[in-house]
Design a protein around this ligand. Structure first.
Ligand code: B12
Length: 287
């Protein structure tokens, strides 16, 4: 017996063969509509894998070679090239931000465009993590700049970005308690009660899970521990709809927020400072 769903699936696969670009756009729209968003897709350009590679390729050839090792998921090569850069005295944070991160960003965007598969992301992640681990080892024991708990919010398994944020915070002297992914608000509240924590960083990549960051921030308000919120599903407009929260876009924003909070500033002051910082950057771009 042929059911409606089989017919629909056959048509979808036929469409995928005939017009792969439009197929990808429709899948993306379908997912967003499923999450309650109705995006405008007209005119959105989808880059080819080579164009995505070119977009993220670092100018420095040594960095570019390491980025490429991450893209190809070559764990040993990534470790070898990272070790060589460290031996030359390259700053570990620069290696993570300017060489390892562009690799994973390339693969994720190619995957998002429908031109790569999940195993490729996971291999690239392994290659990135091999490099990040060496950068962290190089830093060794440093006096603690403060204590941060990092997590991906309940219902969300996307932890690649959270791992980068944790690595960059560590590279900048913060002690990071990595709580992992799909983390319950109550578990964070418990941790904050037991341990001395200066800041919590929360990540959400899905529209369905981002509300968890609101719950987390407001639950933690009484403890005086603010939440830095980031990840592709959130922006400053959303984060400013609740208290005890500061929006950050990049891992280096997480460092700025952690430094300000560890210096004793409250979440409202830090939120304002982050906005002013962003305003100045935009002015620079305009000039
Ligand atoms: C990789 C990936 C996966 C992998 C995740 C592997 C892993 N271990 O993380 C796998 C294949 C498992 C996966 C599964 C799913 N995925 Co997925 N996935 C992606 C993808 C392609 C890339 C995400 C990523 O890692 N980006 C790279 C990292 C480095 O970026 P990032 O996380 O944003 O982090 C950066 C910044 O945001 C920032 N940052 C991050 N956290 C924080 C915190 C603070 C405090 C600060 C300051 C900064 C900061 O720093 C990072 C470095 O720059 C995205 C599409 C995309 N291009 O974003 C979809 C995407 C997130 N996935 C999506 C979906 C729908 C799913 C699934 C539901 C699919 C399914 N039907 O099964 C499942 C989710 C299951 C679940 N319950 O979570 C959707 C979400 C749609 C939405 N808006 O809600 C997306 C957007 C794809 C799409 N276009 O539809 N996915």
């Amino acid at each position: 017996m042929i059911r409606h769903v089989d017919t629909a699936a056959a048509e979808i696969f036929e469409y995928k063969e005939k017009n792969p670009q439009r197929y990808r756009e429709l899948i993306e729209v379908g997912i967003k509509i499923g999450f309650g968003e109705f995006p405008e897709t007209e005119g959105k350009e989808i880059l080819t894998p080579d164009q995505v590679r070119a977009k993220y390729k670092p100018k420095n050839p040594d960095y570019a070679a390491l980025t490429n090792a991450v893209i190809e998921g070559e764990v040993k090569e990534s470790a070898k090239l990272t070790a060589a850069l460290l031996e030359n005295g390259t700053d570990p944070t620069a290696i993570v931000v300017d060489a390892l991160m562009p690799g994973i960003q390339t693969v994720c965007e190619i995957y998002d465009n429908g031109d790569a598969f999940v195993p490729e992301i996971l291999l690239a992640n392994d290659a990135m993590v091999a490099g990040v681990a060496l950068c962290q080892d190089k830093l060794g024991d440093m006096p603690s700049a403060g204590r941060v708990a990092s997590l991906v919010i309940e219902g969300d398994v996307h932890d690649i970005g959270k791992n980068i944020v944790a690595a960059i915070l560590r590279a900048n002297g913060f002690e990071v308690i990595d709580m992992g992914r799909d983390v319950l608000v109550e578990d964070v509240v418990d941790l904050v009660k037991k341990e001395k924590i200066d800041l919590v960083t929360g990540t959400s990549l899905m529209s369905t899970t981002k509300e968890g960051l609101r719950a987390l921030s407001e639950e933690l308000k009484a403890s005086g521990v603010p939440v830095a919120c980031g990840g592709a599903a959130v922006d400053d407009h959303f984060v400013e709809t609740f208290t005890n929260s500061i929006y950050g876009k990049s891992p280096l924003d997480a460092v700025k927020i952690a430094q300000a909070v560890a210096a004793g500033k409250d979440w409202e002051t830090v939120r304002k400072e982050m906005k002013i910082g962003k305003g100045q950057e935009q002015e620079k771009v305009k000039n």
